[in-house]
Design a protein around this ligand. Structure first.
Ligand code: F6R
Length: 369
């Protein structure tokens, strides 16, 4: 069942090209027109949506954070991401033109289910992005967009995360198409780039030995920090969560711009810091700003491990080690940049002799509040 991998988690990390491919399959025509047949919400209603609230927990919430950047860029619809358990206990503003999108691998997470129920009661349109056919959250939602990642067995989520990002992106493109926010040509180009992602993930997987080696050398680390900016910020949060969950190492993710507002005080000699660097071809100055963050932590003694785009030679001078990912457009980079961090966590936990698939204190599906 594990296809020769030492754990389900390793297998599922390697399933990711297929998970992305399956989630894209059959959802657009050759002209780049999105055809989300499963969408049970009237297109006329979707045209009127003026606010999106994404609800989820844990890794799924980080997928939501990534999606927010894309949806706001493509659709110009204000999008909030909120932890499901927080949402329900305040007085959220929901109207009939609010679309509530839940993200859940299992479709059974009680916190998310209760938040979706609450949103429905308040009159929102609800849509589930879910990996489990026929599970409770999609059954209780107005619409569902399934991720086709296949069953995820390891407790720590990997392939479901990438598939959730892809599905949320398809939703964003669909809304942009419906509302005429984007030219069909642009949508087609983004879809074409999405279709190239599986092969690019495969190349990250094929070149992962150096990150595994680094992980094995770091099994005595007692704290690892992760920095990112823009879509790299939720990637940093996800990298930190993976390490906490399965390697039981204190790990935190920060928005790189937040460093000087506090977290930089944590940096001392030898502190390992991963930095997710945006493409140098992306929004001007973002790359330079993150590079200067690398310099800042390095000047204070941090060991800097950098995830950067192939060809980004500028980062080399400041990094103890660089792990390159293939080029893609900035909004799609999380689908690649997350992968080395997953591999790092799995390899480190493995090196410590832990059960990577069944970490202590955690259950695959949290069906209690
Ligand atoms: C992290 C992890 C959890 C889940 C969270 C939500 O690796 O597995 O943080 O992401 O419990 O679960 P779902 O997506 O099933 O609602």
């Amino acid at each position: 069942e594990k296809d020769g991998y030492p754990s389900f988690m390793e297998k599922e990390i390697h399933d990711q090209p297929e998970a992305v491919l399956q989630t894209l399959l059959g959802r657009s025509d050759i002209d780049g027109r999105l055809t989300l047949d499963e969408m049970r919400i009237d297109p006329e209603e979707l045209k009127k949506i003026d606010k999106i609230i994404v609800l989820a927990c844990g890794t799924s919430a980080y997928a939501g954070h990534v999606a927010k950047y894309a949806i706001e860029t493509w659709c110009r619809i204000p999008t909030e991401v909120e932890l499901a358990h927080e949402f329900r206990y305040r007085e959220p503003i929901i109207t009939p033109t609010t679309l509530v999108v839940s993200l859940s691998q299992s479709g059974e997470t009680m916190d998310t289910l209760m938040a979706v129920r609450y949103a429905r009661e308040q009159g929102a349109r609800t849509m589930a992005i879910c990996n489990t056919n026929g599970s409770t959250i999609p059954r209780e939602s107005d619409a569902v967009l399934y991720t086709h990642a296949g069953p995820e067995i390891a407790v720590a989520s990997t392939k479901a995360f990438l598939a959730q990002i892809v599905a949320a992106y398809l939703l964003g493109l669909y809304l942009a198409q419906l509302r005429g926010n984007k030219f069909q040509g642009e949508i087609k180009d983004i879809l074409a780039d999405l279709n190239k992602i599986p092969a690019k993930i495969q190349s990250v997987l094929d070149n992962a030995d150096p990150i595994r080696e680094l992980a094995r050398s770091m099994k005595d680390a007692d704290s690892v920090l992760f920095l990112g900016r823009h879509v790299g910020f939720p990637v940093a949060l996800e990298g930190a969560l993976k390490l906490k969950e399965i390697a039981y190492i204190h790990a935190e993710g920060f928005a790189a711009g937040e460093l000087k507002h506090g977290p930089i005080a944590l940096i001392e000699e030898g502190q390992p810091v991963f930095i997710v660097v945006p493409s140098p071809r992306g929004r001007d100055s973002l790359h330079a700003k993150v590079v200067s963050n690398i310099q800042e932590v390095r000047a204070r003694g941090a060991r800097t491990f950098v995830i950067a785009e192939e060809g980004d030679e500028a980062v080399k001078a400041y990094a103890e080690e660089v792990f390159f990912i293939p080029e893609t457009q900035p909004l799609l980079a999380p689908l690649l940049a997350t992968v080395p961090l997953q591999i790092f966590a799995a390899a480190l936990a493995g090196a410590k002799g832990y059960d990577v698939d069944q970490p202590r204190n955690l259950a695959k599906s949290v069906t209690v509040e």
